[in-house]
Design a protein around this ligand. Structure first.
Ligand code: SF4
Length: 444
């Protein structure tokens, strides 16, 4: 079996190299000054790869300028162009970026056309030494895949394998693959199926892990730690991104905490303590997590990467952390968030919020927090808050309701996959969304 290493700039991904923690700018890529400033902060925080939205040729030009400015300042962090929909833009970006992420679901739906677009793209990547990420998302699979396998982990695996097979056939192996979903079970199952299929095919490509639209604050970190941790626990995952609806610089320490929990051996040590207890409701003392009281974010990532993963895997049913130096209320909220992130018990609405990027059409972080405030009393609903109408509706996958930025201060409200109110001024949109949900709940 061949284990592939990909190379983006000077960064080697996969084949036993340390887990590379990455993030993505939420600036408009054409705003070169702001994008450079954000890249500098990300590099300073330790990002190993930085992705930028590259939706058109103007963004490719801007990316070239951003790269030149960063390199002049001695910043060597590889830059990744995030391209959707347009294979010609992907081809142009291959000449500039160190790595190009494509969403194959957005290539031509006619397989033969998609194959020839992809072959041209790969030739350009080969010529310029550019790495590729085949980045599939639950919710934006191609039509043929959905018709055959549904919007399922199996469908995600099948789609990824089609494109990886094309890479093998073209003898282009500078490739990383991802299969993200916002549902931690769908996400981990899809990656497990993919990894097994790659092993059986004899060529294992490096894997990029992430939970999409994980949200923000504790919930976003917990959900990401559970989904990513479930795979790292099995030795799967070479580069990771924690997607947060926050300043993207915050994604770096969160990712570093997850990576170091598994790489340092602490996870193995804690698991051994739990195994000795032979209990479905294990208990560990706070001090076992090797955190200070001030290390809340580290603590929640470690507990989620341990107990959250075990809950997801159904190895345990509950857990206790003794002698924690936090209030009972705070610890109860942590427990609820971990149980819900592992999809074992649902206490709150499930929020699906994109992290925002250069396509975002409004102040996503502020709006998301307002939506959470106004809807936190609702139970059993999945509410999506998405930054743009281009990718948002597809990527909110199985949400029951969606708040999707349309541009120009307007919002489209979705019920499932259907837009039910279009062009709502953003000042009224949250109340309208709430009214729709409450009306539906009063009927049921
Ligand atoms: S949904 Fe739109 S704004 Fe949000 S991350 Fe995806 S592309 Fe960017």
């Amino acid at each position: 079996m061949k284990r592939i290493q990909a190379k983006a700039g000077a960064l080697i991904i996969g084949g036993g190299t340390p887990i590379a923690v990455q993030t993505m700018c939420n600036t408009h890529t054409q705003d070169v000054e702001k994008s450079v400033a954000q890249c500098l902060q990300m590099a300073e925080a330790g990002a190993k790869l930085i992705r930028l939205t590259t939706q058109g040729f103007k963004e490719v030009e801007a990316l070239a300028k951003i790269k030149a400015i960063l390199r002049n300042q001695g910043i060597k962090t590889p830059l990744v162009a995030d391209v959707h929909f347009n294979s010609e833009v992907a081809i142009a970006a291959a000449q500039v970026a160190d790595k190009v992420r494509i969403n194959p679901g957005n290539f031509s739906q006619v397989h033969k056309d998609a194959q020839s677009q992809f072959a041209r793209f790969i030739e350009e990547c080969r010529k310029y030494g550019t790495a590729v990420r085949i980045g599939l998302n639950h919710g934006s699979l191609g039509e043929d895949i959905v018709n055959r396998w549904g919007n399922t982990p199996e469908g995600m695996k099948q789609a990824a394998m089609q494109w990886l097979d094309m890479c093998v056939k073209e003898d282009f192996l500078n490739v990383v693959v991802s299969l993200k979903a916002s549902n931690t079970i769908v996400m981990s199952q899809a990656y497990l199926l993919l990894f097994k299929a790659m092993e059986e095919s004899g060529t294992v490509f490096p894997v990029h892990l992430g939970v999409t639209e994980a949200g923000n604050a504790d919930q976003g970190r917990i959900k990401s730690a559970i989904g990513i941790g479930a795979l790292l626990d099995k030795g799967i995952g070479d580069t990771i991104r924690v997607s947060l609806t926050e300043n993207p610089v915050n994604e770096i320490p969160a990712g570093q905490e997850i990576a170091s929990f598994f790489e340092s051996g602490l996870e193995g040590k804690l698991k051994a303590l739990i195994q000795q207890q032979n209990s479905r409701t294990p208990e560990l003392p706070f001090k076992a997590f090797e955190c200070g009281k001030e290390d809340w974010n580290r603590f929640i990532i470690r507990t989620s990467s341990l107990f959250g993963v075990m809950l997801l895997e159904k190895e345990i049913d509950d857990f206790t952390i003794a002698e924690a130096p936090y209030s009972e209320k705070k610890m109860q909220a942590l427990k609820e968030n971990i149980q819900q992130g592992a999809r074992r018990v649902f206490y709150h609405p499930e929020y699906i919020a994109c992290p925002g990027c250069g396509r975002t059409q409004y102040n996503l972080e502020e709006t998301f927090n307002k939506v959470k405030e106004k809807t936190s009393h609702l139970k059993g609903v999945r509410i999506a808050v998405m930054g743009c109408i281009v990718n948002g509706p597809g990527e909110m996958a199985d949400a029951d309701y969606g708040y999707v930025g349309q541009g120009g201060g307007l919002v489209t409200i979705y019920k499932g996959k259907n837009p039910v109110l279009r062009s709502v001024p953003d000042s009224e949109a949250i109340d309208k969304l709430l009214k729709i949900i409450e009306e539906d709940q009063s009927k049921s």
